[in-house]
Design a protein around this ligand. Structure first.
Ligand code: CA
Length: 233
């Protein structure tokens, strides 16, 4: 269930927000002080924060900054002050929005829904961009994990870098010297056989039959090429 953190010192408003969110299928926690809000935000996972800017104790904008240091979920700010709006616009962050008091609770719920789904789409897109799928091989760039037929394979840092480089540059033959430079750096004094050894280890992990590789092809006298056939696309 999607969960909202309501930071609002006026309990009747907080409860009104909670009731409308509940009717619309959201769960919510209420914090009536900024300090409590920060604490809850750190302890739990929320999909969105409703933040009243007029709070006793920590100022709403200060609280906003502290929340932003640890979170990137949407923050919907609630304010009665026109001057706050210019401040909020100044932040220029896609994940932020504001609603003016007094507000129509249905509009509030609609905004909450819109921001959550926008954020979810953003995250999904990032995940797709960070993932490379080639046939049975799945490479997650961010977490540097490799799965073959849904089974995770352990890669050393250089093996991972080498595989990722080849996958990102399919159907191009690279010399061992070039791969050496790309992965180990220009200053590396290494033996190009290091590349051969790494390719062999990668093949053992990704190829069904490492002696008859389907993915990393050896180009005799040149080096290697990652084969990306149409059927993999
Ligand atoms: Ca208030």
């Amino acid at each position: 269930m999607q969960k909202i953190l309501i930071i609002e010192d006026e309990l009747n408003i907080a409860e009104l927000e909670r009731d409308y969110l509940e009717v619309n299928g959201f769960e919510s926690d209420i914090a009536t002080t900024g300090e409590k809000g920060l604490e809850l935000a750190r302890m739990n996972t929320y999909n969105l924060i409703l933040l009243d800017l007029m709070l006793p104790g920590i100022d709403g904008f200060e609280l906003y900054k502290r929340l932003r240091q640890v979170l990137d979920i949407p923050i919907l700010m609630v304010t009665a002050r026109k001057e706050d709006i210019d401040m909020i616009r100044g932040f220029d962050r896609g994940a932020d929005d504001y609603i003016i008091k007094p507000f129509n609770p249905n509009e509030l719920v609609a905004r909450v829904k819109a921001h959550i789904s926008r954020y979810d789409r953003l995250i999904q897109r990032e995940q797709i961009q960070n993932t490379l799928q080639i046939g049975s091989i799945l490479i997650q760039s961010d977490s540097r994990r490799v799965f073959v037929n849904d089974e995770e394979k352990m890669f050393t840092a250089k093996e991972f870098d080498l595989l990722k480089f080849l996958v990102e540059n399919p159907n191009i033959a690279f010399t061992k010297e070039h791969l050496m430079e790309r992965i180990w750096g220009y200053d590396s004094l290494g033996d190009v056989n290091t590349v051969t050894v790494h390719i062999r280890k990668i093949r053992e992990k990704i190829e069904k039959d490492p002696s008859n590789p389907q993915f990393i092809e050896t180009i005799w006298g040149v080096g290697y090429r990652f084969m990306k056939k149409d059927r993999f696309q």
